[in-house]
Design a protein around this ligand. Structure first.
Ligand code: MRU
Length: 356
């Protein structure tokens, strides 16, 4: 379970292999990326997704560019800008590309240094997610003590497990750690329409780890909270401003509102690389970076038929319009705390300043 799984790795030829998340949970396919352009495509077509792993694949993509263009630093930089723009919201992407280009700029051995840096970025995420897991699990234990619970019910939205940040995730890391400590956990998994990251990916991870979970339609959380069936909410984030506003998968904000209304703690788990020190008011300033995705994702459901064959099904009237907003912003006032590798901190500018 924890510490065992990675959704990306280098093969013996130095190519990047990634677990193709578009086919999960029904099929485990690996896609090989041999160029920077391949890496950019894998990020934009969602072969890989989740803020942390997007950053990892971007870093590896810059290494692949170094393999293609040798010591031609100007060309690497030019091509890296395509990678940097392959998705707009997760700030880890820009952070990872900039860090790679910084190293390349100062390097006398571009290929070796780019490879080492990309590997370091991935390895650091392993430590980050482990620490986030421990800090988050201490919170789980505290809530259980305060409420005198034998089993805790945690609600999560989207996928922020090891498929999204190696190698135990952000939101799921405390849950994996709880499992290790022998704590009895049940997870409410929001299906996360339209791409169903919860129904397809979070459930797949939890099932594999043997963790008790139930998939729910996205609109169910508020009802469960009103009936004392949720003890805490933990989600990941794609971008958190220096003032604590958090952009995450569309629908996160509604869960935060419902949690607030019902006095349920709402935590965001994130590595420091997900902070965006440039912005403060998330609703106004991140709005321009919120991804609009194809309306096909609204109209068409994907799955397997009774023979196990992949199928696509149109579920809306032909002629109706769809609008596919990828992310929303949860204001800091609705966030109980930010679980980071630097500790549990309050979602406000003064607290965030101390760790950035
Ligand atoms: O569109 P996605 O699947 O890339 O969105 C992912 C999320 O919203 C996750 O919750 C977020 O990236 C945090 S994962 C470390």
């Amino acid at each position: 379970m924890q510490g065992q799984y990675r959704p990306l790795w280098l093969n013996d030829n130095g190519d990047l292999e990634v677990l193709d998340q578009r086919y999960l949970p029904h099929e485990k396919r690996v896609r090989t990326l041999i160029s920077g352009a391949d890496a950019a495509e894998a990020i934009s077509d969602m072969t890989v997704r989740g803020a942390g792993v997007i950053g990892n694949v971007a870093a590896m993509g810059v290494y692949l560019l170094a393999r293609e263009f040798g010591e031609d630093k100007a060309r690497i930089k030019e091509e890296a800008m395509i990678l940097r723009a392959s998705r707009p919201t997760a700030v880890n992407l820009m952070w990872a590309v900039d860090r790679m280009l910084d190293v390349i700029e100062k390097s006398d051995d571009v290929l070796a240094d780019a490879k080492a840096e990309a590997i370091a970025i991935c390895d650091e995420d392993v430590k980050r997610s482990e620490t986030i897991g421990k800090i988050g699990c201490d919170i789980i234990e505290k809530i259980m003590q305060e409420k005198n619970l034998e089993k805790i019910n945690i609600l999560t939205h989207c996928n922020a497990g090891w498929l999204a940040i190696i190698d135990s995730g952000t939101a799921l890391a405390p849950i994996y750690e709880a499992r290790k400590r022998g704590i009895d956990v049940h997870v409410w998994v929001d299906e996360t329409r339209p791409r169903n990251q919860g129904a397809n990916l979070t459930s797949w991870e939890l099932l594999d780890a043997g963790i008790d979970h139930t998939i729910i339609a996205d609109n169910t959380g508020g009802h469960l909270m009103q009936h004392d069936m949720v003890d805490m909410v933990i989600t990941g984030a794609d971008r958190v401003t220096r003032c604590g506003d958090a952009a995450n998968k569309i629908g996160t904000y509604l869960k935060a509102l419902a949690a607030n209304d019902n006095g349920i703690p709402f935590y965001i788990a994130l590595p420091l690389s997900t902070f965006d020190p440039e912005s403060c008011n998330g609703v106004e300033e991140i709005e321009i970076e919120i991804e609009m995705r194809s309306e096909d994702e609204i109209h068409i459901m994907r799955g397997i038929d009774e023979d196990g064959k992949p199928q696509e099904l149109r579920v809306t009237p032909i002629g109706s319009k769809g609008a596919n907003y990828g992310f929303d912003v949860t204001p800091a006032r609705l966030i109980t705390g930010l679980i980071t590798e630097a500790g549990l901190i309050e979602a406000n500018e003064t607290a965030i300043e101390t760790i950035l």
